[in-house]
Design a protein around this ligand. Structure first.
Ligand code: NAP
Length: 307
């Protein structure tokens, strides 16, 4: 039987992805929403999660689609009510918050899933498999998009704890840590922060793995036109380009893998599997890189940003 599921934070990603993915799933049923200003036609709606859980004690699963800064108290509430919980990315505003949620979920014997949707892009697993046994010589991440197009009017993203350009950039790091799991160290970083905002509009970092592999990273939010979401990997005598945010892999310019976007369907399938097996998945490695970058970064003042 489908698990009665509540969605919290009915905004862009809830409407674009979570609602269609839940509708298409046999494992989950959208039973209620909690959002201060929005609701979904025909679905019981509450202004906050506490009211929802008080009124609907049969909810078994809560999926949190609010911005990261708002997520921790709701996640605690849901776990304490005995619900399985899925977190949007980045899973919280600090590492300690998410670690606390993981311990709480373990004690409550419920599933906690810190989701990374980009890891489900069509060519990511193929790239990981293709890299097995090869010596990576160099990695360059280039993640550029137009913030006005992709995050229209979202002021939270410019506020402290909103991550700025590191919010989309962490998608690239979630792919990197999936295709090349290792203890990447941030050796250098710089952040450009508009003088009227708290979070960066562009970022650069250099990462190094224990074998000495260098990874250079550039995130930019002022790209005009189509986004560029590329990871270029030099391996022995070949070059792999994982592009389209992980949806397409080219090897020496020739397509090796591509596929349709079913990232969120895959996330809900993964959640169902975790619940079935009584386990959790809380991989904080992409967020640790972002946290470390924020700790070591040089700051530059950028021109003011207005929508
Ligand atoms: P959004 O539309 O701006 O926010 C989602 C909803 O959360 C808002 O509509 C708002 O609904 C509620 N909310 C609760 N507390 C809030 C607060 N303190 N500030 C602002 N809104 C608050 O954001 P989104 O684009 O859906 O992103 C949400 C999360 O999904 C982020 O972590 C983001 O990284 C991730 N994500 C986004 C995208 C994308 O394309 N946008 C893609 C993948 C993942 P009420 O006002 O009704 O409460």
């Amino acid at each position: 039987m489908a698990l009665r599921t509540a969605l919290v934070g009915i905004g862009k990603i809830a409407r674009d992805q979570h609602i269609p993915a839940i509708e298409a799933s046999a494992d989950f049923e959208l039973a209620a929403t909690a959002s201060r200003n929005a609701q979904v036609d025909g679905i019981p709606a509450f202004r906050n999660l506490a009211a929802l859980l008080d009124n609907m004690p049969d909810i078994a699963c809560v999926s949190l689609c609010t911005p990261p800064a708002a997520r921790y108290p709701d996640a605690r509430l849901a776990i304490e009510a005995g619900c399985h919980v899925m977190l949007e990315k980045p899973p919280g505003k600090t590492l300690a918050e998410v670690r606390d949620l993981a311990s709480l979920a373990e004690r409550a014997s419920v599933t906690l899933f810190a989701s990374w949707h980009s890891r489900e892009a069509a060519a990511v697993r193929t790239t990981r498999d293709w890299l097995k046994g090869k010596r990576i010589r160099d990695v360059r991440i280039d993640w550029r998009e137009d913030v006005r197009f992709w995050h229209p009017g979202q002021d939270w993203i410019w506020q402290a704890n909103g991550f700025g350009v590191l919010d989309p950039g962490i998608n690239a790091l979630s792919i990197l840590t999936a295709i090349h799991p290792s203890d990447l160290v941030v050796s250098e970083a710089s952040l450009s922060i508009p003088e009227n905002r708290d979070t960066p509009v562009s970022a650069r970092m250099s990462l190094r793995d224990p074998e000495g592999l260098e990874v250079s990273v550039e995130f930019d939010w002022l790209e005009k036109g189509p986004p560029k979401w590329d990871i270029r990997i030099l391996v022995d005598e070949q070059e792999a380009l994982l592009c389209e945010g992980g949806a397409q892999l080219l090897v020496d310019g020739v397509e090796a893998m591509s596929g349709p976007d079913r990232e969120y369907q895959a996330l809900y399938e993964r959640l169902a599997g975790l619940i079935e097996s009584g386990s959790s998945d809380v991989d904080l490695s992409p967020m640790r890189i972002v946290s470390d970058a924020m700790a070591v970064a040089h700051r530059q003042v950028a021109p003011p940003f207005e929508w």
